[in-house]
Write a protein that binds this ligand. Structure first.
Ligand SMILES: [Zn+2]
Length: 113
């Protein structure tokens, strides 16, 4: 088995679309350069902790992601006040698939308004 040391992180932006970041597990501090992220680190339990400024309610949300969990290859976390997803972390192909489906749904909704 080839162990993938890259993860993909999709973050919902103010414009309603997702932006995709592909990051090495060894360079997660690079996440701190992303505008909406207000702090990212790995804790002692090997979980990724992220504080993110919510594009929906404008509050700061805090999430933890298990990085080495074989069962869970994609994790979706949403805004606590609206329930709408704002961050997706996981294996590249799954995150890609999720945002390609959801970006086209949102474009469709905009077209209907
Ligand atoms: Zn929120």
């Amino acid at each position: 088995m080839i162990y993938d040391t890259k993860i993909s992180i999709a973050i919902k932006c103010d414009d309603g679309g997702y932006r995709l970041y592909r990051i090495s597990l060894f360079q997660l501090e690079a996440l701190n350069k992303i505008k909406l992220i207000k702090g990212a680190k790995i804790n002692k339990d090997k979980e990724l902790e992220i504080s993110i400024k919510c594009p929906i309610c404008d509050n700061l949300h805090f999430y933890k992601f298990k990085l080495f969990d074989e069962e869970e290859s994609i994790t979706i976390r949403g805004c606590v006040s609206s329930g709408s997803p704002i961050i997706i972390v996981g294996k590249d192909e799954l995150v890609n698939e999720y945002i390609s489906v959801n970006n086209s749904i949102e474009r469709y909704i905009y077209a209907m308004l």
